[in-house]
Design a protein around this ligand. Structure first.
Ligand SMILES: Cc1ncc(COP(=O)(O)O)c(C=O)c1O
Length: 376
């Protein structure tokens, strides 16, 4: 149960941990024989990395981008296996990874050299990241055999390395690259000796060939859709974050009056307009245009004019009884973050990650009220 202040505070991001666990079960249904690295980098996609990591103890491990993120999890007492997707850059990160039993991706010859030169207290588990077509990080497939041979003689490496790759276009199910990337990785292990890891959320849902020994879901755990043209609800996913605030003012404006910075919205008639306490200073996207929906009293109503740092204006003509203090949902249940992202010309990942420190996160672990109570 959370404190009374957290129930009253606004804006707030309600984090529904039962939805998180539900979404992990969806991953398991799609990839029943794979083990799961739950990807919780970038502060758990904005949801709170430590709380999300603690809730996902039934995943087989947690994946973050950087050593520092992994160390934060360890400092918080999380002892699950952790994979660092970017591996390490500096010697002290390697030593810390060793001390804290982190698994490291190796994508660069310099990392292999550092691993050969650094004395370690115990051997480390490593994953070779292969560039099968994304051309961001990773060894060219033609280099992989030589890297494997180099690592085979290295006492700092614990057992056989894993082989991993990242899909570039799996969100577009008509694109042939994902299938090709899966085939390129599998071709590196004809004798089936190594652990392979391919699928991200889109791969898990749309490309069976990517469901190898380990999958690495991120966005689907948080209840957003990784696939173009499919909603999260259609995929059986539940939103984890609800971003909520309140109306701090209700105004009556006259026909012809312009609203907000730049006066980009001009009232077409005398109308009731609300002002809600949320803006780009909270992580709400500044580029959300007039017409982007918010939810008030269960109804979708459009924001009007420009998003400012602390506030947005809302056309209240469809909710004539809306009053100061009423709750406003910016995304969450019945208003998918994917839809808001599309309106703002971005992706759900960015909106979720961009929630700022000013927004109080309220972590809900059981069935508790989902909406802000109307103030007494
Ligand atoms: C290497 C790697 N694996 C897995 C993921 C998870 O991807 P998604 O959130 O699309 O499931 C990411 C996210 O960017 C990643 O960089």
């Amino acid at each position: 149960m959370h404190d009374v202040e957290a129930i009253r505070v606004y804006p707030r991001a309600l984090i529904d941990h039962s939805a998180l666990r539900h979404n992990l079960a969806v991953v398991r249904r799609h990839a029943p024989v794979s083990r799961v690295w739950a990807v919780i980098k970038a502060n758990g996609y904005g949801h709170g990395m430590v709380q999300i990591g603690s809730s996902l103890q039934s995943a087989d491990g947690l994946a973050v981008a950087r050593v520092e993120e992994a160390l934060r999890l360890r400092r918080a007492g999380i002892c699950a296996p952790i994979l660092v997707l970017e591996g390490f850059l500096l010697g002290h990160e390697l030593a810390a990874a060793c001390e804290h039993r982190l698994e490291l991706a190796l994508h660069e010859p310099g990392q292999v050299s550092l691993l050969e030169q650094t004395a370690l207290a115990r051997p480390l588990r490593v994953w070779i990241k292969v560039d099968t077509g994304m051309h961001r990080l990773g060894f060219d497939p033609r280099e992989v055999q030589a890297v494997l041979e180099r690592l085979a003689g290295n006492p700092r490496v614990d057992g056989l390395p894993g082989l991993m790759t990242h899909l570039a276009n799996a969100d577009d199910t008509r694109d042939g690259l994902a299938q090709l990337q899966c085939e390129r990785l599998r071709a590196l292990d004809p004798a089936a000796r190594y652990s392979l890891s391919i699928g991200n959320s889109a791969g898990i849902l749309a490309f069976p060939a990517s469901r190898m020994h380990w999958v690495r879901p991120g966005i689907m755990l948080y209840g957003a859709s990784p696939l173009a043209g499919k909603t999260a609800a259609e995929l059986g996913l539940r939103p984890v974050m609800s971003l909520q605030t309140r109306l701090v003012a209700v105004r009556f404006l006259r026909r012809g009056e312009a609203i907000g910075y730049g006066g980009t919205y001009v009232c077409p008639e005398d109308m009731k307009v609300g002002v809600a306490a949320v803006g780009y200073g909270d992580g709400y996207p500044r580029h959300a245009p007039t017409g982007t929906p918010v939810l008030i009293k269960g109804k979708r109503v459009p924001l009007v004019g420009r998003v400012s740092m602390d506030m947005i204006s809302i056309d209240l003509r469809a909710v004539p009884d809306a009053a100061m203090g009423d709750p406003v949902t910016l995304w969450g249940q019945d208003l998918p973050v994917d839809e808001i992202a599309e309106r703002a010309g971005t992706i759900s990942y960015e909106l979720l990650c961009h929630i700022t420190a000013r927004v109080r996160k309220v972590h809900m672990h059981a069935a508790e009220p989902q909406t802000l109570a109307t103030p007494a």
